[in-house]
Design a protein around this ligand. Structure first.
Ligand code: 16G
Length: 187
């Protein structure tokens, strides 16, 4: 490692993903794919501080606007998220052959006073690289984060998506409800 470079660390404990029992969801996947086995040379793991160099931000540009994010900005944000205990579970799929991050999604846990100081889980920023679509990797990511949310104690999970993605999320147990509202300050 170069002088001054940040030591590579995970955003959250990798063992959390290993603790989850995915057996009830495995029948939703074809060809033996599952969160434990996303495909040849592919691994599902927490975001790492080294993923700046594995194309994580470039991948996010396939979802929405990312803007100019320097290495320092990435590292600051990574550290901010890591400092918020039990809150940010940004999860990626890496292709070990190319050392590239080719899929990503986030579980964000929001602490509440309601539901006996419960927490709500949100699935955010789900994206799979265009070269890797059609391989059930979006499903792998969302299934993994849904189970992770349950595992860390969320009383419910929610997400926002476009109309055309509704059937995709329905197959993973999400139910459509009305009246999502937003107000934008920036595009
Ligand atoms: C989608 C994403 C949301 C993301 C947003 C970005 C999922 C389930 N939903 O709604 O998490 O933040 O797109 O779009 O991944 P925006 O830049 O218009 O907010």
């Amino acid at each position: 490692m170069e002088n001054g470079a940040m030591e590579e660390v995970y955003l959250y404990e990798p063992k959390l993903l290993k603790e989850i029992d995915f057996s009830t969801v495995e029948n939703k996947f074809k060809h033996g794919i599952s969160p434990r086995n996303p495909g040849e040379n592919l691994i599902l793991r927490p975001l790492s501080s080294g993923d700046f160099d594995r194309g994580f931000l470039q991948l996010l540009t396939q979802l929405t606007s990312v803007g100019e994010v320097s290495r320092a900005m990435f590292e600051d944000q990574f550290n901010n998220m890591k400092a918020c205990k039990n809150t940010y579970y940004v999860t990626v799929i890496e292709d070990k052959e190319t050392n590239a991050v080719i899929g990503a999604a986030s579980l964000v846990c929001e602490e509440k006073f309601i539901h006996a100081t419960g927490k709500r889980g949100r699935v955010e920023d789900v994206v799979v690289s265009s070269d890797y679509r059609g391989k059930q990797l979006g499903k792998v990511l969302v299934a993994a984060l849904t189970f992770l949310g349950k595992h860390v104690g969320c009383y419910k999970m929610s997400l926002e998506c476009s109309d055309d993605m509704v059937p995709f999320y329905q197959q993973l147990g999400y139910i459509r409800e009305q009246n999502y509202m937003q107000q934008r300050f920036k595009n």
